[in-house]
Design a protein. Structure first.
Length: 350
């Protein structure tokens, strides 16, 4: 059914209005650089940003944006970001091969292998699935962000190929591609690689999100992701960059420090629907912004969120992991984020 769209759209009533500060003070604020112990060497401009509880645009997530809390004292030091590859490091390319992307000389440039220590296997009906490792490059000691845009594009193409292949496998309902970079992100191997989980079920998180998306469309006759893009473009506080195909921004209710989304402007549900030019654009953004995180020794996770229906939009989400959850977060599910997304967007744009 085709819905009528008003010629002059009204101000969006997304969840961003639900937990906004009741009283906005219009006063000059003396600039004091925000240098949190877990973000040594990073000057964050937090002028005019007060502690505030925010709700996600659409979902049920609550977050407390608390820039001043980042200044609290620590007795411990950073455990270090980079994992160092040595001659004794495990050789991922010696795992059982699944597929390869080769150059003109017949040498592999991206290789997919089986995970030697999988949680899910195709021969276990109680934990059915498949786990693979994508080796980004044959080069040792070369972080993902140091690869060329062409090579990162190649890696993204392999993601597409494996996602499509695994989704066509009997019993597989969802394919998740993700990357852990740095010690605090859960990374255990130094060689640049990412992981693929082929699951026998759709994670409940994505099912719930899909329900909320469908409900939003039913109530408003508009896709919520289009409204999110419109909201952020009007706000002009959290956008990092954009082109004809994508908008790159720090979400309003960021749960993670330096959280960054790469969101298609047009409806694309699956990563497999992206064309070559779109992949190249994504590769350019990943190289630019991940390199900045690497330079400041900020661990991060990346995951490719595929939609589970035609209304659910594909998105790449980058989550900084320079914070550690305490008892409050674990007990309530409400995250305290000491890096306001407005400050993170300015930092990415420096």
């Amino acid at each position: 059914m085709q819905h009528d769209i008003p010629q002059k759209s009204k101000r969006l009533k997304l969840n961003v209005d639900s937990y906004s500060t009741a009283h906005k003070k219009k006063q000059e604020t003396t600039y004091e650089p925000h240098i949190a112990p877990q973000h040594r060497g990073i000057d964050l401009d937090t002028r005019g940003i007060e502690t505030e509880m925010r709700r996600d645009y659409l979902y049920d997530n609550l977050v407390i944006i608390a820039p001043n809390r980042g200044k609290r004292p620590y007795d411990t030091r950073d455990g270090g970001h980079m994992l160092i590859e040595t001659a004794s490091s495990p050789r991922l390319d010696r795992n059982v091969g699944v597929s390869e992307l080769k150059d003109a000389n017949g040498d592999w440039i991206v290789k997919v292998v089986e995970n030697k220590f999988p949680s899910l296997t195709s021969d276990n009906p109680q934990a059915y699935g498949k786990q693979e490792i994508v080796i980004d490059t044959p080069l040792a000691s070369t972080p993902f962000s140091h690869l060329s845009i062409e090579q990162i594009t190649n890696v993204l193409k392999v993601y597409q190929q494996r996602t499509e292949k695994l989704l066509n496998q009997n019993g597989i309902e969802y394919v998740l591609v993700f990357r852990n970079d740095g010690y605090e992100s859960g990374a255990s191997l130094a060689h640049a690689h990412s992981q693929i989980f082929a699951l026998p079920v759709v994670p409940q998180k994505f099912l719930h999100e899909s329900e909320l998306i469908d409900k939003y469309i039913e109530n408003n006759h508009r896709n919520p992701f289009d409204d999110i893009i419109s909201y952020e473009k009007r706000s002009k506080k959290r956008i990092v960059c954009e082109d004809d195909n994508f908008i790159v921004f720090c979400p309003y209710a960021s749960q993670w420090p330096f959280e960054l989304w790469i969101l298609p402007k047009k409806q694309i549900a699956l990563s497999t629907e992206l064309d070559s030019s779109q992949l190249k654009s994504i590769a350019k953004y990943l190289k630019q912004y991940l390199k900045k995180l690497n330079q400041h020794k900020i661990s991060f996770n990346i995951y490719l969120e595929n939609g589970i229906n035609a209304n659910h939009r594909f998105c790449i989400k980058i989550c900084g992991r320079s914070n550690v959850w305490g008892g409050f977060e674990l007990a309530t599910g409400i995250v305290i984020n000491t890096v306001p997304p407005e400050s993170a967007a300015k930092w990415f744009n420096k």
